[in-house]
Design a protein around this ligand. Structure first.
Ligand SMILES: NC(=O)c1ccc[n+]([C@@H]2O[C@H](COP(=O)([O-])OP(=O)(O)OC[C@H]3O[C@@H](n4cnc5c(N)ncnc54)[C@H](O)[C@@H]3O)[C@@H](O)[C@H]2O)c1
Length: 441
């Protein structure tokens, strides 16, 4: 097994930087404050609520994850954000309409108002349905990246944070394929100088973060840090990175159900997924170019879980369709509806219908928290570059070149927990369990 690293303690404050201060980001920040004040519980967060088994089942040793590894405490978190829309945390949370105004926002109004977004590195050509006045001006993309680096340093000084992490909670940008500009750091920096269209704003945040030694995770499906130039920069600088696209509603269910079908060798003829949502994210995704980015992220899942190349009779003809429709009356309360055509013994067909009436940001906020805390842990453990063990949280897990992504939620979960055991100097669990029966021989 790889040698266990020395993990530095989580001393002082951890600054969480959020490019994008809309529904997900404000639900995360407001939720952390509500938990700190004892008016809510952090449901959905493994780092806060989940236990982890150590040793044999008979030992009954199951500490909380947060007691096993040294994570930053919620009281030590401070927040910074950027957004082209100048609304403070209170106005933005009100506008998102996720938390109940009277029960959860009014009691922490002053705190939320204290988080005001910095001017964004924003360009409407990458998010066509959006605009705002709180935007940086500059002569080149390189200069924008340098301004972001200055923001990071200024935030660290003013907030008193000892360490920082950054989680992209900004809108989904238009679809960009990795190209020449993304191959090497030299090509990337040259492209920034030349204002190349291949360099999207989210890449500038990722670059600025890595240059400042700040771990970076991408919660949206757009290309941001998942290309060779920034992967290498992150590895060279000892900075953990990860992504992409928070795995929250429909895809979470998809990566639970599809491994079950494969485990039982049930075939799948078709999987039709449709969504209606009415928040700002839904409006942005109404643009075909942003939708294409999301569609690619949502479509990849089944192919990797079901492996039609290995099981052509079961999954070779699977018809997979994903739709997202902007429907304002629903706000943040998305409805994700799935029709799954499966078949069993001798080919007899069956159907499964799933109707998940979910709350998008309620599902995403604990993911932001866990990613922030685990990325910080990874950095203190000297883990650098791509953090595949955090695949559990993403629709399109970031993996080393040449490795296929693992989408099965249960494998991802085991990998996450075994990585935490390893970090704590504990044995990984294999679930073999034959030794329990030795004394019965
Ligand atoms: N909520 C979920 O379940 C979920 C799941 C997976 C992915 N996501 C992704 O997370 C992101 C955030 O979702 P949301 O519901 O909070 O959306 P939102 O529209 O409420 O917030 C996104 C914010 O990003 C800002 N923004 C856009 N470009 C920016 C830039 N260059 N710099 C700084 N800010 C910028 C926008 O002004 C907006 O306020 C979206 O990309 C969404 O697709 C959300």
């Amino acid at each position: 097994m790889k040698d266990r690293p020395e993990v530095q303690p989580a001393r002082g404050k951890l600054g969480v930087l959020l490019p994008g201060f809309g529904a997900v980001a404000t639900t995360f920040v407001a939720g952390v404050e509500a938990v700190r004040r004892g008016i809510a519980l952090p449901f959905g967060s493994l780092s806060q609520m989940q236990t982890i088994r150590l040793g044999q089942r008979t030992e009954a040793c199951t500490p909380l994850i947060k007691d096993l590894v040294p994570l930053a405490g919620l009281d030590d978190l401070v927040f910074g954000a950027w957004d082209p829309i100048p609304d403070d945390g209170y106005e933005s949370a009100l506008n998102a309409g996720v938390f109940d105004r009277h029960e959860h926002l009014e009691p922490i109004k002053g705190f939320l108002q204290s988080v005001r977004p910095m001017e964004a590195a924003f360009d409407k050509r990458y998010v066509k349905k959006l605009d705002g006045p709180n935007v940086k001006k500059s002569r080149s993309k390189r200069e924008l990246a340098e301004q972001l680096r200055e923001d990071i340093r200024a935030f660290k000084a003013s907030s008193g944070a000892d360490r920082l992490v950054m989680v992209w909670c900004g809108s989904t940008e238009v679809f960009i394929r990795p190209g020449r500009a993304h191959e090497t750091l030299a090509a990337f920096e040259k492209a920034m100088d030349a204002d190349d269209h291949e360099i999207a704003p989210s890449m500038l945040y990722a670059y600025a973060a890595i240059k400042e030694g700040v771990p970076y995770a991408n919660g949206a499906p757009n290309l941001s840090v998942d290309f060779p130039a920034l992967e290498k920069l992150a590895a060279d600088r000892g900075v953990p990175i990860g992504g992409k696209d928070f795995k929250t509603g429909q895809t979470l269910i998809k990566t639970v159900l599809s491994p079950a079908f494969k485990a039982r060798m049930l075939g799948v003829a078709g999987w039709y997924s449709t969504n209606i949502l009415g928040n700002r994210d839904g409006e942005v995704l109404d643009d075909p170019e942003s939708f294409k980015t999301k569609e690619e992220s949502k479509l990849g899942v089944l192919e990797h879980v079901l492996q039609p190349d290995i099981y052509p009779e079961l999954y070779g003809k699977l018809y997979h369709k994903v739709r997202i429709n902007y429907y304002p009356p629903r706000g943040d309360n998305k409805e994700g509806w799935d029709n799954i055509d499966v078949f069993g013994w001798c080919g007899y067909p069956m159907q499964i219908k799933v109707d998940f009436l979910c709350r998008d940001s309620i599902l995403a906020a604990p993911i932001v928290l866990d990613l922030a805390l685990f990325l910080d842990l990874a950095q203190r453990a000297g883990m650098k570059g791509i953090q595949e063990w955090l695949s559990f949280y993403f629709k399109t897990p970031h993996t080393a070149p040449g490795l296929y992504p693992e989408h099965d939620l249960f494998i991802q979960h085991m990998k996450l927990k075994n990585t935490l055991r390893w970090l704590a100097g504990e044995e990984p669990l294999t679930h073999l369990g034959l030794d329990y029966y030795d004394h019965l021989d």
